[in-house]
Design a protein around this ligand. Sequence first.
Ligand code: NAD
Length: 321
Amino acid sequence: MKKRILVTGAGGFIGFHLVSRLKRDGHWVRGADIKQPEFDPTTADEFLQVDLREFDNCMAATADVDEVYNLAADMGGIGYITASLADIARNNILINVHMLEAARKNSVGRFLYTSSACIYPRYKQEIPDVAGLKEEDAYPADPEPGYGWEKLYSEEMCKYYNKDHGLETRVVRFHNVYGPIGTYDGGKEKAPAAICRKVALADNEIDIWGDGEQTRSFMHVDDCVEGLVRLMDSDHRDPINLGTEEMVSINELVDIVCEAAGKELEKAHDTSKPQGVRGRNSDNTLLRDVLGWEPQIMLREGIVPTYHWIREQLKANGRLT
Ligand code: NAD
């Protein structure tokens, strides 16, 4: 069935890919973001370039739509989210509470909120060889300061809007998303894109934040978008992980990127830089139960087009010959 769908954050990495996917599926799509997509033009039927911290803009964005994918957020890599706690938390709280209220007032059918693995308590993530995080591990709470606390609070707000107002909410906890057509420079990029850029530009050596033994799992953006659409269509309202269980250390991630690039490089570790929690992985038991599906693309496979896209961008910008 053809639906009318709003994607906020449509000028950003995942939002851009989600709009393209929803258009391919035949829906009418409105994008909203404070900025246009950076690399390719949007395929949305309508694009509102607005600040979603403002309630009136949220009302305009949610008018006459069946579903909302609320991805807009002030976010970036670990350097960015640890640098300005007050601004990030304030900006995101304003976006999310206003978007929920506007969706309720405009009688939106379903509202999906994109949370993060950053909501999980730090005491569960203190060693590299860590157990996968289950949804119920979120409490007692001790999330990432600023960004993680705000995500957890907004998860709760979704629950309250469902309980008090019957708004059909979905809450997805992403674990590190990567892929082409995303920020790879300037401070807002995340580890896979930053490492692809560094490897592409390096002759002998690349710098790595921390000792590189910290672990994560990484999900390709095509899997991310597939999971979003499936979760929106499901009946599952409680928060749910969306990530892979393929945990690698940052040193291993560098090796995988070097393999894709056909390069051998020395690693220079800078332990003065922020590195986030020591170990993090997704436990997909609930995801498999709910969807009968989980992300399929292995890191070794997904990093190849990501690396080559970033390399092409660097060439186009004259930073690489
Ligand atoms: P992104 O930064 O590329 O996209 C977010 C978009 O929100 C940006 O285009 C930005 O301009 C927009 N935005 C910020 N403030 C706004 C405002 N006031 N009004 C309107 N638009 C505004 O990030 P992304 O990687 O595409 O992430 C999408 C969502 O997924 C975010 O909510 C993010 O917190 C969440 N998430 C992402 C990851 C990941 O690995 N990429 C991991 C966990 C959670």
